[in-house]
Design a protein around this ligand. Sequence first.
Ligand code: 5RP
Length: 223
Amino acid sequence: MTQDELKQAVAHAALDYVVEGEIVGVGTGSTANFFIDALAAIKDRIRGAVASSEATAARLRSHGIAVFDLNDIDTMPVYVDGADEITAQGAMIKGGGAALTREKIVASVAERFVCIADGSKLVTRLGAFPLPIEVIPMGHAVVARRLAALGGTPRLRMKDGAPLITDNGCMIIDLFGLQIAEPALLEQQINDIVGVVTNGLFARHGANVCLLGTAEGVRTLTF
Ligand code: 5RP
């Protein structure tokens, strides 16, 4: 099976976690896009969705799925999203698509985080994937120096020759070369740096379920 077929398989499997008549939180990225396309088939059985990015909102709307403002929602049963890396304990690195802050906010409102990922995302230790950190633009160099002091190599994410700007008007620093032994501790340490909006470690509140696409079928990990 190709990587896309594995992503499609887990995206379809995630439909089993969608609660009828309720709102579903929807992540960002290629796996989340497969989930949105699958969700379209059952759109009449849900109230609508909350999106974790402008791109996700546009894709949901293109399928005729109602997109709600998070500020109008108290809670939702489930949030479905991909990951760049996930451990067997449910800690993740996210933010490869630069949507980490909105993803973390929407996920914080959901009762359950269902991670959908192809098998290549399962790791024993986080950090081979550079850790994305969203930062306030006027302080990006200060933050980069403080991140370097933690042991990684920071690099400002670029797009079309200029710093990438997120949906929140901020920038992304990718931190390379980390070997993350204690993800929850590092998540807190980085968030404590003034100028950081948030970082792509989802460890203090990780996944509750991971649907992992493998050649043998969809594996379900629960945490
Ligand atoms: C976007 C994310 C994505 O979930 C993550 O990058 C995985 O993406 P993909 O499903 O394309 O592999 O965190 O900010």
